[in-house]
Design a protein. Structure first.
Lengths: 267, 267
DNA sequence: CGGGCGTTTGAAGGATGTCAATGATAGTGG
DNA sequence: CCACTATCATTGACATCCTTCAAACGCCCG
């Protein structure tokens, strides 16, 4: 694990790497102050558990750096990744005492952790924040529905293609925010093959085969096991079978969230 | 279609068949009055479209009778049921101009329809209602995650078993509310085989085979194509591979929603 | 240099989809 | 009232995608 990422983490909100996309950006100074009072920065090394399954839901958090995997286990031990949480996104179980899923570090994590009860109290005083939480929940739901289709209607090759497109999209979103233009068109998977397989509902062998098939077709170029240059974006989209708006939902770019109109009512 | 179900529908809230489990039950007289002003009863015959995909999200609704199927289509025409909405539950796309999914009548429907903008306005004036909408969204999300696991980690036999258990549970919930004790342990599928297949991510042939396999094992008794008596509940649960709380989530029985504590803050 | 982990590659087997034909049921019109 | 037709469900034979099992390879780190 790259220890450098977890060292010397700045805990000032003004230096927050995702401040423009978090909940904090949707409230006023007062709400912001209240939130900062109950939050603190926490790091979790890759593979670590943030919140176990059926554990006390004592806190919620925003991801500052890294990716959280949300998993669900069956009685016999089979485990399945049901969702991923990317930087700027919020996760945790609100208004319930116990978690229904396990939250784990898919990579080295930097989190902005908030006490759950404290957070719920802030929500009560700030309807605009609760509104934002609700909207984010709707987006999560749309993404989950999209994934339902992905996991059943799509073949494994289509799923792998979709995954490459989503990671590419997410990477470009991050670069946009950081105002950097280099290394575009490169899809970066923070997940190990094992996690990819679990997330896509298949096996590491099948993924390996499909990735190499796409490379043989000239659609992508394999840089290393987790970096892929997308050579033919159109073709990759065509193979994935998805529409642009499908991918937007999966990449966390809400297609037409007309939240501003209603939001203004709260100010 | 059974036309009788859609005839002479009573439009009085006091006669609402699901009044104890709807949103309406979570607000005060004032909110209730506001809601009733913007709502009206609407019937849709089985197979009809309630809201098309990428249509104007002009209204939202509560299901009074019947089941709504939420579907998503791919470019090439493949269609997938991503969710079902049962009586007492709410559906629709809030705070967005266009739907991302298609909502269709899986059976004859009686809906309590509300103008979307009007409903959003009521939510603004009644935080306790928006809070309830949010909680229901969280439950929907948990159910969608549960389904992600179901559709990938589980075999088709396990999925069929799960479906039978869920329909049994939902039926018993309905009977509870209606204070009737007859025909317990009978699983009733309102879905056609085609819809079942789409919902479970498999084919009608596979479902047919598994249902008959379960009957041959003495786990269920096939009454007709849509009615199944569950003879060995323990065994069926064991075959499904799920835990009791997994099934609770899928059946719409939230395991431990401690909403009362926070809700009291609003009153 | 050696061990362990992650990935790749190959071969074989199985679960499930596909194709096809028959049977059951309900609604329709004569 | 009864054939007639359409839709749905069942059943069988076959095809195939994908998993499983197995082994080799590469790479990082001790």
């Amino acid at each position: 694990m790259s220890a450098t990422l977890l060292e010397n983490v700045n805990t000032l909100c003004s230096d927050c790497p995702v401040k423009s996309t978090t909940l904090c950006a949707t409230t006023n100074i007062l709400g912001h102050t209240e939130l900062s009072k109950i939050s603190h920065v926490k790091t979790v090394p890759s593979g670590g558990t943030v919140l176990g399954d059926d554990a006390e839901a004592s806190f919620v958090a925003t991801v500052l750096r890294g990716v959280v995997r949300v998993t669900k286990s069956m009685r016999d031990g089979r485990e399945q990744i049901v969702g991923l949480v990317y930087p700027g996104e919020f996760f945790g179980r609100l208004f319930a005492d116990r978690t229904s899923f396990s939250y784990e570090a898919a990579s080295d994590l930097v989190l902005c952790v908030m006490d759950r009860h404290g957070f719920e109290a802030v929500l009560q005083r700030h309807p605009e924040l609760e509104h934002e939480i609700m909207l984010r929940g709707f987006n999560d739901l749309a993404r989950a529905y999209e994934r339902s289709m992905l996991l059943t209607a799509q073949s494994t090759l289509e799923r792998v293609s979709t995954y490459l497109l989503v990671t590419l999209d997410r990477r470009e979103q991050l670069l946009e925010h950081m105002s950097v233009e280099l290394h575009k068109r490169v899809s970066v998977s923070v997940l190990t093959r094992r996690d990819m397989a679990s997330y896509l509902g298949t096996t590491i062998e099948t993924i390996s085969r499909h990735v190499h098939y796409l490379a043989a077709q000239g659609v992508i170029r394999i840089i290393d096991a987790s970096h892929f240059e997308v050579l033919n974006h159109i073709r990759l989209m065509s193979i994935s079978g998805l529409t642009g708006s499908d991918l937007a939902v999966l990449s966390g770019r809400p297609p037409s969230s007309t939240t501003s109109a209603i939001n203004s009512g709260y100010k």
